[in-house]
Design a binder for this molecule. Sequence first.
Ligand SMILES: Nc1ncnc2c1ncn2[C@@H]1O[C@H](COP(=O)(O)OP(=O)(O)OP(=O)(O)O)[C@@H](O)[C@H]1O
Ligand SMILES: [Mg+2]
Length: 261
Amino acid sequence: MNTLEINGLRKEYVDHYTGETIPAIGEVTFSIGEGEFVSVLGPSGCGKTTVLNIVAGFIDHTAGDVLVHGRSVHGPGPDRGVVFQSHALFPWKTVLGNVTFGLRMKGVSRAQREVAAADILELVGLSGFERKYPHELSGGMQQRLGLARVLVNEPEVMLMDEPFASIDAQTRRKLQQDLTEIFEKRRPTVFFVTHDIDEAVFLSDRVVLLSHRPSTVAEIIDIELPRPRIWRETVEDPRFREYTHHIEERLGGGEPDAQAG
Ligand SMILES: Nc1ncnc2c1ncn2[C@@H]1O[C@H](COP(=O)(O)OP(=O)(O)OP(=O)(O)O)[C@@H](O)[C@H]1O
Ligand SMILES: [Mg+2]
């Protein structure tokens, strides 16, 4: 059974001023298997965030089904962990407090929480920072803490909507490498949204290309690059450029949302 299944998904928004119907998602169908990293890529405004928000249970859909391990999604739940773009950390809690919060809510014992937290903080490279507060961390570290906070709860699927969009290019590259290493060690199931072609190809097992709004699936591309992936080596692989060129062409050349603000 697939971890996540999106079948015949459609979404129409209603403009509150004009009452006009805005078709955002035309028809989107794809699935994500256990331990798979799947990116959704497409032009700005094509409905990527809308799909993710529907899967997260933040907004409802017009037609179709979203299933997590065969269960229909109705509203948010602990089976889906969302990594927010702006970390959504608790500024008044320490690193440890941020990581163990979800487990505390679930009633996990203090001893178990601390073992789990130590394990995850080691994984994301934040061991030794347990007593620090978020404002004492760099942007990249905050992002890794945001990831740790979701990973520690072992959700069935992790949802990430352009998590590195507001981060400078150099830190972003480092975080893409970190995320790959974390993924390769833990194999969480990941649904990742991005408009960055290199990022999608580097990180993913499969890339789902969406068309312009109202979006449909233009193509699903298997990324058969070997793992572990190391940025410098992976981008030198001729297949990496074949994938990115192919995607650029499918999206009409250049960055998919070069015109967008
Ligand atoms: N709450 C809303 N009410 C009305 N229309 C909306 C709403 N949210 C999004 N839309 C419209 O639905 C379409 C899809 O938006 P969405 O944010 O999902 O796109 P996106 O692919 O994530 O774009 P970007 O790459 O810029 O993040 C857009 O045309 C947008 O204007
Ligand atoms: Mg978006």
